[in-house]
Write a protein that binds this ligand. Structure first.
Ligand code: PLP
Length: 438
């Protein structure tokens, strides 16, 4: 594979961007660096600067459910662009997108747009604290909620006993004061959540959880666990915040909460909601949302919030999701992926020192490389630490055969609407060859 132009761009990037990138995972660090530079994308394919083409399962880490350069979305952006990009005033474009969402998702009554998932989470947490008058937040190990200080924390030594510090910062630059307000617990453990409420119940403003944790592999939770979180937050006058930045508009239009009938207090969105442009949102019950400034006292604002270009891109995307057979088609493709994987890949693995388990939820999938038989994997500590080396080899072999997967063993893949059955066959064939030759 010729990568001379990509390498040239990588060398330019290294000089001007810290680590060569504007977001860490793009540096391909966990697969040995030398990322490919993408020039354009059309449908299910992306093209690099050296004119190599790749069937794309990254899809910009989730937003591009309609594939790249969807004609309707591109036309809507182009039409709006000639009429002005930003006004800092109310517009009908934000009403169009807001109404589409609120009128079609029964568990939310009001919404506020921001410009990223991180901002959505940060704002939802402030609102939860402002509304409840409490300070602490429970989050779960392995769940990523963006790079807001209070969420860049990991479980500390006091986790099991709750004596001493509860959590530690996971990044320099996050003051201890922030991590003291975040309680990090393992997923899938009702007892520890109960214990946390016993110890800090009066001061727990909210539990936040990735609706279906998809940032450390795909850790499907027991629905009973999520229902338990709903119950215990209600009993303690805390809020339940479901982070649907990945699952929103992906697991059906109303996301995980719609699919599994969960009634959260607040939901956070990002990725698909902006159709590829920078949009995030947080939404929920009117009684809570009304506490936001200027209706209430909790301050939150943004110069580019509700940006017209982003709003029309999001509106056109979400309208297509409602009106076309997007979810039916994607689910058919993922069913085919499961069948093909079981038919072709499973038997190859009998002779290998590792196993690969395909974990799928609608159009999200993860290849769990492990040293055990297939199991229900729900916690980050269940992930095998030998996976990264094996994945790295598989990743490069697949890339060379024209299949673009995430450059990390712990990231999920996404199907897109323009994909066809032949693309699923190509994926499985490419994985088959990668396993055979690595
Ligand atoms: C579940 C979840 N929440 C929040 C975020 C942060 O979103 P953003 O990268 O748009 O700031 C992400 C990003 O991947 C995410 O996956």
């Amino acid at each position: 594979m010729n990568t001379s132009k990509s390498n040239e761009i990588w060398n330019r990037s290294l000089k001007i961007f810290p680590g060569g990138v504007n977001s860490p995972v793009r540096a391909y660090k966990s697969v040995g660096e030398h990322p490919i530079a993408i020039k354009e994308g059309h449908g299910s394919y992306i093209f690099d600067e050296d004119d190599n083409s790749f069937l794309d399962f990254v899809n910009s880490w989730g937003p591009m459910i309609l594939g790249h350069a969807d004609q309707d979305v591109s036309a809507a952006i182009a039409k709006q662009a000639v009429n002005g990009a930003s006004f800092g005033a109310i517009t009908r474009y934000e009403c169009d997108l807001g109404e589409l969402i609120v009128n079609n998702i029964k568990h939310i009554e009001q919404i506020r747009f921001v410009s990223s998932g991180t901002e959505a989470v940060m704002s939802a947490l402030r609102l939860a604290r402002g509304f409840t008058g409490k300070n602490k937040i429970i989050k779960f190990e392995g769940c990523y909620h963006g790079h807001y200080d209070g969420m860049l924390v990991k479980a500390g030594s006091g986790l099991l006993t709750f004596s001493g510090d509860i959590s530690e910062s996971s990044s320099p630059g996050v003051p201890e004061g922030f991590s003291r307000e975040t309680i990090v617990l393992p997923l899938d453990d009702e007892e520890l959540v109960t214990q946390a409420f016993k110890n800090y119940g009066n001061d727990i403003a909210a539990i936040i959880i990735e609706a279906m944790p998809a940032n450390s592999g795909l850790l499907k939770q027991r629905i009973d666990f999520i229902k338990f979180l709903r119950k215990i937050t209600k009993e303690n006058k805390s809020l339940l915040i479901m982070d649907e930045v990945i699952t929103g508009f992906r697991l059906g239009f109303s996301g995980f909460c719609g699919k599994y009938n969960i009634d959260p207090d607040l939901v956070t969105y990002g990725k698909i909601i902006g159709g590829g442009l920078p949009v995030g949102a947080f939404a929920g019950k009117k009684e809570i949302m009304q506490n936001l400034s200027p209706a209430g006292k909790v301050y939150q604002a943004g110069t580019l919030s509700g940006n017209p270009l982003a709003m029309v891109a999001g509106f056109t995307t979400l309208k297509k999701l409602l009106e076309k057979d997007v979810y039916q088609k994607l689910n058919k493709l993922s069913a085919l992926l499961i069948t093909e994987f079981n038919d072709k890949i499973k038997k190859l693995l009998k002779d290998k020192k590792y196993n690969i388990q395909l974990i799928v939820e609608d159009s999200i999938f993860w290849l769990n490389i492990s040293n055990t038989a297939d199991v229900d994997i729900r916690k980050v500590t269940d992930i095998w630490d030998g996976a990264a080396d094996i994945y790295s080899k598989i990743f490069w072999k697949m890339l060379e055969s024209g299949v673009h997967m995430a450059p990390s063993a712990y990231e999920v893949g996404f199907l897109s609407y323009p994909m066809e059955e032949k693309d699923i066959h190509l994926f499985v064939e490419s994985l088959e060859n990668a396993i055979k030759t690595s």
